[in-house]
Design a protein around this ligand. Structure first.
Ligand code: SAM
Length: 292
């Protein structure tokens, strides 16, 4: 087996050889601990029949572990400077394709169709750039891609919000937006010391396994998400006050909102953080006729 990229010595060597300097604005914090990488990859449950999509390969630390564990890896990297480096560091592997692209602008559906013609499943596995974690996860979930799930490293604070359950302080519209599509769990908390350079915040790895159908069936998804966002606009306010102040013409429609809350059997003095996803679904459907 070739020497791991993800050691402090090898990472420094590669940086020096290419005169590479980290760009903070691109969230470049590279992993320098092979054990963490092994652990991340094992949570993805990949076999030699599977495909892996990676966002931001950096100098290839995680990419090579994915190549060893799967049939094929496709990595999207925004930073042009890393392409010649990756060509060098990943040269021992013949099952990796690196694409120079911004993941937020990339046509991932077409890439999957073209690159993964003969795999059993596709997982997204990444150490995400922290400045843009939520948009990346939401893009990959809302585009209805043929992926089984994601195992991704991100800020612990965001991981906590994503995986939060009703009644907890971190439960909010982000928890619902992601748990609507997936079963979410935090699988690992990661210390700052395994990165170069070290980030300012603690990190965690979350596993998001896509549901066969969303967590709740609703009449209109967009309206459901508007209701959830509105319900958390001011966390200390009751659900009634948030809905009347946030929904279009909410104040004028207070009586309709009260009757929808009653139809969904939700006490108007409750706070958004106490409502489960099925309760939000029932509430959105009861409100929908008054706002469509
Ligand atoms: N995978 C490497 C590792 O674990 O050592 C690097 C991870 S680093 C946290 C994030 C990587 O994402 C960097 O290589 C950065 O250049 C890249 N990146 C940042 N924004 C991106 C975007 N919008 N699309 C694709 N890659 C991006």
């Amino acid at each position: 087996m070739t020497k791991d990229i993800a050691t402090p010595i090898r990472t420094k060597e590669i940086m020096k050889k290419y005169g590479f300097s980290f760009k903070k604005s691109l969230g470049q914090n590279f992993l320098i601990d092979p054990n963490i990488l092994e652990n991340i990859v094992s949570h993805a449950g990949l076999t030699k029949e599977d495909g892996a999509i990676e966002v931001g390969p950096g100098i290839g630390a995680l990419t090579e572990h994915l190549a060893r564990a799967s049939k094929k890896v496709v990595s999207f990297e925004i930073d042009q400077r890393l392409l010649p480096i990756l060509q060098d560091t990943l040269s021992p592997y013949d099952n990796i394709k690196v694409l120079h692209a911004d993941i937020l602008k990339a046509d991932v559906a077409t890439t999957i169709k073209e690159e993964f013609t003969d795999v059993e499943k596709v997982m997204v596995v990444a150490n995400l750039p922290y400045y843009v974690t939520t948009p990346i996860i939401l893009k990959l979930l809302t585009e209805n891609l043929p992926i089984q799930g994601l195992v991704v490293m991100l800020q612990k604070e965001v991981a906590d919000r994503i995986a939060a359950k009703p009644g907890s302080k971190t439960y909010g519209s982000l928890s619902i937006a992601i748990q609507y599509y997936t079963e979410a769990s935090t699988v690992m908390v990661v210390p700052k010391t395994v990165f170069m350079p070290q980030p300012n915040v603690d990190s965690a790895v979350i596993k998001l396994m896509k549901r066969d159908t969303p967590a709740v069936q609703v009449i209109d998804e967009e309206f459901f998400f508007l209701v959830t966002r509105s319900s958390f606009a001011q966390r200390r306010k009751t659900i009634l006050n948030n809905l009347t102040s946030q929904l279009p013409d909410g104040k004028a429609k207070k009586e309709s909102i009260l009757s929808a809350l009653s139809a969904a059997e939700i006490d108007p003095t409750r706070r958004g953080e106490s409502l489960s996803i099925p309760e939000f679904g029932a509430l959105a459907d009861a409100l929908y006729p008054f706002f469509k």
